[in-house]
Design a protein around this ligand. Sequence first.
Ligand code: ADP
Length: 450
Amino acid sequence: MRRRLRGIYWRGILLTLVMALAAVAVTAKVKLDDTRDHLTSLLAAAGKWTMDSNDDFQSLADAISGVSPQVRVTFMLRSGLVLADSAREDIADQDHYADPEIAAARRGETGHSLRVSATRDALVMYMARRLSPQLILRLSYPVFGIARVVLTYGALLLFLFLALYLLERRAIARLAADQQRQFEDVCRLLDGEADAAVAVFPEYQPALDAVAYRARRLRDDYEEIQRTLRLRSDFVANASHELRSPLTSVRGYAELLQQGMADTPEERALCLDTILGECDRMLAVIEDILRLSRAERPAEPEAPRPARPVALEIARALLPRTARRRIDISIEGEADVPLGEKALWELMYNLMDNAVRYGREGGHVWVRLSGARVEVADDGIGIDGSQLQRIFEQFYRVDAGRDGGAGDTGGTGLGLSIVRALVEGAGGTVRAESVPGQGSRFIAQFGGEG
Ligand code: ADP
């Protein structure tokens, strides 16, 4: 990046230099053209003047030079011999014969030449014209003014060049450092080490905010995916475990029968009873897994449905067990719940079945319905505070021994997971409250009020 910036910068400088040189060249050319025009008109006027005058050449040279003091006037013979010179320098010993302007004048043309003068040590413009077959008039003009302009421009350009070079080193180094810092900020955003960053250039801020927002979302999604993957692998491990225990038992009793180790008809009946019981347990686990997967599937929103008739029907279905354990069920009020018929049954059954299963013998179960809220409470064994957080997890059971003792058979540990999936799938929330030894309360709330 730094090299590229440098490239752009130096191309800019080069262009500036070329343009500045072009400006110097144009200025120099205009100045030279002006000088040439000036000398041409002076040469024409001086030639005419000479031919009309009777003065000697030196006086004439002085007079012409007086018109334009910078101009040096020289009269010479065709052979190059100097007759008079306004600067009065001894240039007679110099050979002017071969000078290009003199050569041109000899041919009858107006000769001109631009060269460094040996005597004046400066850049001089010469112009010469033949006044008569033997006489040549030459004017010369030192254009060191132009040289001075060129030198001044050159010095300025050099200064500009140096200043730009220093500026480039500082500015580009700073720009590159800022960009580097910006990229590091973006990396930090992506790594989740920062939540926001300040843009080096304010116009980048919206883009940087968008990066920060997307990085946050990606992180959240990633964590959610990790959590789901963890839950899935836990689920597979738990489900396998739940099925392996009864299968091991079935296999053990089947082997006993196969090897003829159950001698008496009573022993054989016991083996078969156990095998059937374990098969029922496996079936119950599989049924609950299927119910859970149904409950977790996204469902279309349902119109609210009255919960009271469902509660009454479940109470009737639980009658054999409530009668055996002398548990009363009271159903109060009415609620409208946005769940399908099967899902509503599933929800209410799991809560009421748990209340009876973990309820106190000779106790009571309350089903309280109001608005879009369903509450099921009991006065049974309750749940310890530390366990309360986990009872909605898949396959979680507080204590298999305790649960077995509290009712007829222990459950699969999936009932409350199904409840939570159903309630949350319909946009509601479910929570549990309990005082160990005094009872528990499960509240499912649909819609806004808490
Ligand atoms: P299960 O099918 O084993 O009942 P659940 O997911 O329905 O599984 O319940 C998880 C655990 O929460 C149960 O093992 C039980 O220990 C506890 N639990 C659920 N409901 C009650 C309740 N009303 N009273 C006491 N404990 C309960």
